[in-house]
Design a protein around this ligand. Structure first.
Ligand code: 4AD
Ligand code: MG
Length: 464
């Protein structure tokens, strides 16, 4: 069917004029004049369209009637130099086959620009827009670059479970996984739901993070990373939160917090550089359409050494800033996006890596400092995004970890295997989690996280 077919991206860049070529794709626009009709066709391989010149003498009215914006077509013809502006080459059609028509009365993606809000309602069709084509290609390129980065450095890709019985972050924001009859669940003698009758014989949830299992891998293979879906039932309707998002979690044995920071900075810079080198057309499009500062913001990441600072010192800056905050600042409170962005965008004008957060606001597994108050947490803060990475050096000492789990009232019985690694050949180790959609938000300059994942899952929304 497509033995002769060539992707538009290829033809536009290096197609030889005078040759017979064939493309397949979707019509983006149709412009009629007396003797010819101009079509633009896109096949998803590039932000740019192929212009097709249709000589009315050569085609029946019947064929032309079927071709509207949205139709899927196969075009065969000669690649010629384009006389019009905007493209190097175009196709003079000799044959057009229409695979699927799109009724102009009902096809929602007519040529005019649509709001991002409207496009969310038609997420099944939005990949056919310039914007989502660009975002999805960049998303792909970033996923590939992540695997390349780690593979080239000897990290192993480890698959951690999606269904789990432990709450890695201890935050209790998990979705339940069950096959019990919700109308009439089995009950224990005390009247509670009897999960011993459930599929796994215990209560299970969707994972919030692959970290705990990742640590098991790192304590055998030295350096691993995960890259998979994670789920959080936090009811935060913000432009930076999803209920289902993808996370990259490298975990490294024999790394302390400083090694961890070095890796995080190098990794982020690599990804930004990769995007700038490999997604040039799409980034230029987004820069022009949505965010005139996008390219300079990406360059800003490459040009600056990230600031490294303790939470306590950062808190001091926030307190003394004289800013009016929506959320109050005082030692012990967590940083909100407004505080993070102030530090990055106003105070330092550089990406910031904060460490040594108060123990009370961080997860149980973080390495405890000698002061008895802080832990070796690491948050990486970016312009516009705030927190893009969260991580830490891990508590490798059995007694200290055991004490913390107990203090926080976490279920010890579900964590026996995690504690075991601290009994057998424990070693200093560190890791972090990069929110994939937060990265894509930053790289694309889009302002809502719902627009950087094909089918967003957010409170009260699981369409498509
Ligand atoms: O800071 P978090 O909660 O850290 C962890 O889950 C650790 N287990 C990571 C580790 O050390 N291996 O989440 C990590 C990152 C955040 O910095 C943020 O980028 C992203 O995941 N993230 C979310 N992205 C979209 N929607 C949400 N609801 C997110 N929650 C966290
Ligand atoms: Mg965090």
């Amino acid at each position: 069917m497509n033995s002769l077919r060539i992707k538009i991206r290829h033809l536009l860049v290096q197609g030889e004029t005078g040759k017979e070529v064939c493309i397949m794709g979707w019509v983006r626009s149709k412009r009629e004049s007396k003797k010819v009709t101009f079509l633009t066709v896109n096949d998803g391989s590039t932000i740019h369209h192929m212009q097709v010149v249709v000589d009315l003498e050569k085609f029946s009215e019947d064929t032309l009637k079927q071709i509207h914006t949205g139709a899927a077509v196969k075009v065969t013809g000669t690649l010629v130099e384009s006389v019009g502006r905007g493209q190097r080459v175009e196709i003079r059609a000799s044959d057009i086959e229409v695979y699927g028509t799109a009724d102009p009365e009902t096809y929602p993606l007519q040529k005019k620009g649509h709001s991002l809000e409207f496009l969310r309602e038609i997420a099944h069709l939005r990949p056919r827009t310039n914007t989502f084509g660009a975002v999805l290609r960049i998303r792909h390129a970033m996923a590939y670059a992540i695997h390349k980065y780690f593979n080239d450095r000897g990290f192993y890709y480890m698959h951690t479970p999606i269904i789990t019985a432990s709450d890695a972050e201890g935050a209790g924001e998990m979705f339940r996984v069950t096959t019990l009859d919700m109308e009439q669940p089995p009950r224990t003698p005390e009247g509670k739901v009897d999960y011993s009758k459930d599929f796994f014989g215990k209560e299970t949830k969707l994972t919030v993070s692959g970290q705990l299992e990742g640590e098991l891998g790192a304590l055998a293979l030295s350096e691993i990373y995960t890259f998979g879906p994670t789920f959080r039932a936090e009811n935060s309707n913000t432009p930076r939160h999803l209920a289902e998002f993808w996370m990259i979690e490298p975990e490294m044995a024999f790394y302390d917090i400083h090694d961890n920071m070095d890796l995080a900075e190098d990794f982020l810079k690599f990804l930004v550089r990769y995007a700038m080198e490999h997604c040039t057309d799409d980034l230029e499009f987004l820069n022009q359409m949505y965010d005139k500062e996008l390219l300079s913001r990406l360059q800003f990441i490459l040009d600056n050494e990230f600031v490294r600072m303790g939470y306590t010192e950062a808190m001091d800056i926030l307190v003394k800033s004289g800013q009016k905050w929506e959320f109050p600042v005082q030692w012990g409170s967590d940083l909100q996006a407004e505080h993070e962005r102030f530090l990055v965008e106003k105070h330092f004008r550089k990406p910031v890596m904060l460490t040594d957060y108060p123990m009370e606001i961080k997860a149980f597994y973080m390495k405890q400092n000698k002061d008895g108050k802080t832990v070796r947490a690491l948050d990486v803060l970016f312009p516009r995004i705030g927190e893009i990475i969260g991580g830490s050096q891990r508590e490798e000492n059995y007694e200290a970890l055991h004490r913390r789990i107990h203090e926080m009232g976490l279920p010890m019985k579900d964590l026996w295997w995690y504690l075991d690694t601290r009994r057998f050949g424990t070693a200093p180790h560190s890791g972090f989690g990069l929110g994939f959609e937060r990265l894509i938000l930053f790289i694309t300059g889009m302002s809502n996280i719902r627009d950087v994942i094909p089918f967003p899952r957010t409170p009260r929304n699981a369409e498509f």
